[in-house]
Write a protein that binds this ligand. Structure first.
Ligand SMILES: Cc1cc2nc3c(=O)[nH]c(=O)nc-3n(C[C@H](O)[C@H](O)[C@H](O)COP(=O)(O)OP(=O)(O)OC[C@H]3O[C@@H](n4cnc5c(N)ncnc54)[C@H](O)[C@@H]3O)c2cc1C
Length: 392
């Protein structure tokens, strides 16, 4: 579980919960990360007023719990003046580059940016509210939290991936430590690390450890650093390639492509990592898992039909195909082969969801949709986008 979620339920929420028993919201958004805050702003712009955002911790808590050294790989640039929205922006007219004067923000900086947006747009957010279950009863969604039952006509699930890491992937993976639980690479003791997973998080961990003079071995099923593709789902980002050019990376990091791990054992203070092709590697440090995330959509899988790849099946409005009123926002959105895992991708669907909900309340949406289209924040035609521009 991510570090930021350890906060207690006693802390004060921004929105009072006195009237929960009687109140029915038009929409409840679960999660106040980049997706939840972004879609909340879009919902407000579309004219919907009776909505609430809930988060089990704080606004931006996943970003706040990134390892201290980890930075955005997508650059921010104040390009809004020519109509090209900053790549890391979640709202029309907003530029993290302009407000923070940082090109590659840390998670902590971006969390502060999200908190600033939530305040600026006066979003109705209730923090420290963990949604434990969602059920449909009497044509309303009932969201069970630690304190109350919240009721809504629509739910937007935006609970992200970071707090739901992939942990059980081979025998003995319980002996490893997922990178999402690392507070700061510079604080890790020992000088010899094994990292399992060589995509962005694995290379990020290797880079920071190598800069501290640690020896690092990185194992990956394939080898994203060898890919020629321009597709960021397959190849590494430019930012990571640049980091791999740092002298400490060349001196300290050994890369093993096409080397799946079979098991990890621990005995007499030594971790033994076996690969599927029979090689054995040893280290005194807990191996680091950079294996990605199961994602929070598993938590609400009963509310969606499942695609063959396990992701929720969605209508063209990002609504459940079996339960109208249940929407999905964020990096788990999939349409055919299109994957919306970066902010500059999934933000283009916020207005689609907002429009669907506003229309269901008979609110006019033409001007709203036009404004979002002008900012490239309304993607309704996926046919124009091939693998290279949409997958990640
Ligand atoms: C290390 C790393 C680097 C990345 N770098 C980039 C990058 O450079 N550029 C980019 O575009 N993308 C990047 N991404 C991908 C993506 O933008 C992030 O994963 C982003 O956090 C997704 O935002 P989100 O709002 O969907 O999820 P989150 O930020 O995880 O927000 C979800 C929120 O939901 C809350 N929540 C979860 N479960 C519950 C529950 N049951 N009840 C109530 N609240 C709940 C959480 O507390 C959290 O605040 C990166 C991801 C990682 C992990």
């Amino acid at each position: 579980m991510a570090k930021a979620v350890e906060a207690t339920q006693d802390e004060e929420s921004k929105i009072s919960d006195e009237n929960d028993a009687e109140k029915v919201y038009d929409t409840i958004i679960v999660g106040a990360g980049a997706a939840g805050v972004g879609v909340a702003i879009a919902l407000g712009h579309s004219g919907v007023e009776n909505y609430l955002v809930v988060d089990r911790a704080k606004v931006g808590s996943s970003f706040a719990s990134w390892p201290a050294e980890t930075r955005f790989i997508t650059p921010s640039f104040p390009s809004n003046s020519i109509g090209m929205l900053d790549l890391n922006s979640i709202a029309i007219g907003v530029s993290p580059a302009f407000s923070m004067r940082v090109e590659h923000p840390t998670g902590q900086q971006y969390a502060a940016h999200l908190q600033g947006l939530a305040n600026y747009f006066e979003l109705p957010i209730r923090e420290m509210t963990n949604v434990k279950s969602i059920e449909m009863k009497d044509e309303l969604f009932h969201l069970e939290t630690d304190r109350h039952t919240l009721r809504a006509r629509n739910v937007i699930w935006a609970a992200g991936e970071y707090q739901y890491p992939s942990l059980n992937i081979f025998d003995g993976s319980e002996h490893c430590r997922h990178t999402s639980s690392v507070s700061k690479y510079g604080d890790l003791e020992g000088d010899d690390f094994i990292i399992i997973g060589g995509y962005e998080s694995g290379i990020d961990a290797a880079y920071h450890l190598a800069k501290c003079g640690k020896k690092v071995r990185v194992f990956d099923l394939s080898g994203p650093w060898e890919e020629e593709s321009s597709d960021p789902s397959i190849a590494l980002s430019t930012y990571s390639f640049e980091r791999m050019e740092h002298p400490s990376f060349g001196q300290n990091v050994e890369l093993f492509a096409g080397t799946p791990i079979q098991s990890v054992t621990f005995a007499n203070g030594i971790y033994e990592v076996k690969t599927e092709d029979g090689q054995v590697f040893q280290t005194k440090q807990k191996p680091l898992l950079a294996s990605g995330f199961d994602g929070s959509h598993k938590f609400v899988s009963h509310l969606f039909e499942e695609r063959e790849d396990g992701f929720p099946s969605l209508t063209e409005r990002d609504e459940s195909t079996i339960l109208p009123g249940m929407f999905l926002c964020g990096p788990s959105v999939r349409h055919d082969g299109h994957i919306f895992c970066f902010i500059f991708k999934y933000r283009q669907r916020f207005a689609i969801v907002a429009q669907a909900i506003a229309s269901s309340l008979d609110l006019p949406t033409e001007d709203f949709v036009e404004a979002y289209k002008e900012w490239g924040m309304y993607l309704d035609d996926l046919s124009c986008c091939g693998q290279e521009c949409l997958t990640c």
